[in-house]
Design a protein around this ligand. Structure first.
Ligand SMILES: C[S@@+](CC[C@H](N)C(=O)[O-])C[C@H]1O[C@@H](n2cnc3c(N)ncnc32)[C@H](O)[C@@H]1O
Length: 232
């Protein structure tokens, strides 16, 4: 049997959002809400500067829909190993996003060309022995001063672990601790590596007043997800 390199999302390219939404129903929000949430998180750091962005592991291109909505000055190159997902993304006909299938290891762009790299919920679908080379590749394509944003599920949160365990496309996923992710970035040569914990509360309407407090909890390693941000 050949060793796992990446998880196969071709089977879920067209029903990814439905499967995900059903899986996370208990959170009080759907898959689109969380895709938009991540884009808004990046905005807190990037504001709206003009930039050229790589989305590594873009899936069906939903993130690009929200980048289009919130970041009118950003152009995106989005890549994925799943051909079916890229076909799904292309159907969205976004003007400022291009979608490309690649081999999952060599990013098909030249050195020092991007202002930012986004990797959302992807690393836990890549074999651990490939992590280092994937991160080094992101460093190669970023301009000096360019920013990387990695969103990952937090294995310290029991609720997250439950959702991953019960999700059809997460069967082979292996979660990365925030410490591991930080070491990966530092080891590759990134600087100013920071972690922010996110999504502490469910999204039901009655809980809305608590959501305002979430940003002040970013230091607490109990959020359902975390964001590792670093600079080249
Ligand atoms: C859970 S989905 C996340 C999709 C999207 N980033 C989002 O947040 O909606 C994981 C994606 O990672 C892709 N993937 C797995 N290994 C990859 C690799 N080495 N390079 C790029 N994408 C990869 C899968 O094909 C899949 O589309």
């Amino acid at each position: 049997m050949s060793q796992r390199r990446f998880d196969d999302f071709n089977r879920h390219a067209s029903d990814y959002r439905d499967v995900h939404t059903k899986n996370i129903r208990i959170s009080g929000a759907d898959s689109f809400y969380f895709a938009e949430f991540k884009v808004k998180e990046i905005m807190r750091f990037e504001e709206n500067r003009k930039s050229y962005c790589l989305d590594l592991g873009c899936g069906d291109g939903t993130t690009e829909v929200f980048i289009d909505k919130h970041f009118p000055a950003v152009t995106v190159e989005a890549v994925d190993v799943s051909q079916a997902s890229i076909l799904e993304a292309e159907k969205k006909k976004l003007k400022r996003a291009s979608f490309t299938v690649y081999d999952g290891e060599t990013i098909p762009f030249e050195d020092n060309c991007f202002d930012m790299v986004l990797i959302a919920s992807v690393m836990h679908h890549i074999a651990f022995n490939l992590h280092e080379s994937v991160i080094k590749e992101t460093l190669r394509v970023l301009k000096p001063g360019g920013r990387i944003y990695i969103f990952e599920h937090n294995p310290l949160n029991p609720f997250t672990r439950y959702l991953v365990k019960t999700c059809a496309f997460d069967r082979d996923a292996r979660l990365l601790s925030h410490g591991y992710c930080k070491r990966l970035l530092t080891g590759a040569g990134y600087r100013e590596v920071n972690t922010h914990f996110l999504l502490f509360f469910p999204r039901m309407k009655w809980i809305a007043p608590l959501l305002r407090r979430e940003q002040s909890l970013g230091w607490l390693p109990l959020g359902a997800q975390y964001l590792c941000r670093a600079i080249k």
